[in-house]
Design a protein around this ligand. Structure first.
Ligand code: 13P
Ligand code: SF4
Length: 304
């Protein structure tokens, strides 16, 4: 079977079986092409809620499928490949945060959306990379614990100098691996290009960027900018998607290390197998976890 044969079968089956395919923008291009919605983690969960289909197939990582389930518990949510986790989302556990809250009652605990549903149950509010600054500034509390990403947390702390932001030592192993020397070298190799970087990169890399934003914000910036050349400082598939969307512009990779093996665990055949009922994992979450984690997400929607 060719890629287009598999894609045609997927398009037929998703209609027959009332399935909405959600693809995070780090997915491979052939998956993005068959998706109903493509976007960042937050956009996808909002779209899932609005979608008329009763079945949601998440091509992304586990916390994204969980967020869809929390916001739409009545829908059947399938994670396209059960091994696709996000190492950052799983870095901290509930007891660590409960202990911190007990010893530091003045603190509001802010959780990046890249956290497990279980961890969200003990946090006060969620943020995404695009809404973090706005939400943290809007919080009445001066004392903030920002988890798990210390790089996004440091980026927010710089933007909100009136807040006392405490960070733990967590982060995305993929984005955090990019070095300031790589940023310098990429800028030297492409002097006419703008450097666009995700805030999960270390501060010495974001400090060199012309624009810092979420995956969706980076794509929008590149598509609407008058500039012709860009160095992409987030997962490398973004450069590929942008090259298809803007054939007249040039996109360069900031680093060969920017490949998320969890995001890339899903293949087009996995998508087909999920639709045939022979692959993927149907997410099961208890009502208690859903409602406790939901409070944290609802607060994000209220303040975001
Ligand atoms: P976005 O919310 O920007 O899509 O980021 C998700 C992610 O996993 C970044 O590494
Ligand atoms: Fe998680 Fe990093 Fe992969 Fe995003 S790129 S899913 S934060 S490991």
């Amino acid at each position: 079977m060719t890629i287009s044969d598999i894609q045609a079968e997927i398009l037929k089956l998703k209609k027959e079986k009332d399935v909405c395919i959600l693809a995070h923008s780090y997915q491979a291009h052939e998956i993005v092409e068959v998706a109903d919605f493509v976007g960042d983690s937050f956009q996808l969960s909002v779209k899932a809620k609005e979608a008329p289909q009763k079945n949601m197939l998440m091509c992304g990582v586990r916390f994204m499928a969980e967020t869809v389930k929390i916001l739409s518990p009545e829908k059947k949510v399938i994670l396209s490949n059960p091994i696709a986790g996000c190492p950052m989302a799983e870095q901290m556990d509930k007891s660590m945060i409960e202990e911190f809250k007990k010893n530091n009652p003045s603190y509001t605990v802010v959780a990046y959306i890249n956290t497990t549903a279980e961890l969200k149950t003990v946090c006060d509010v969620c943020v995404t990379s695009s809404s973090a600054e706005k939400i943290v500034s809007a919080l009445p509390s001066k004392d903030i614990l920002f988890i798990p990403d210390c790089n996004l947390g440091a980026f927010v702390a710089k933007k909100c100098p009136d807040k006392n932001i405490k960070l733990f030592n967590g982060g995305c192993p993929i984005h955090a691996a990019v070095t300031p020397a790589e940023a310098e070298a990429a800028k030297k190799a492409h002097p006419g290009a703008l450097l666009l970087v995700h805030p999960e990169c270390v501060p010495a890399v974001t400090a060199q960027a012309d624009f810092v934003g979420s995956t969706a914000a980076i794509m929008k910036f590149a598509q609407t900018s008058d500039a012709r050349e860009f160095i992409i400082g987030t997962e490398n598939s973004i450069a590929e998607h942008l090259q298809y969307a803007c054939p007249d512009k040039s996109f360069y990779l900031l680093s060969k290390k920017l490949v998320c093996c969890n995001m890339k665990a899903t293949t087009l055949v996995d998508v087909l197998n999920c639709l045939k009922g022979t692959g993927g994992e149907v997410l099961e979450m208890d009502d208690e976890t859903i409602s406790a984690a939901r409070k944290c997400i609802d607060k994000m929607i209220e303040l975001g």
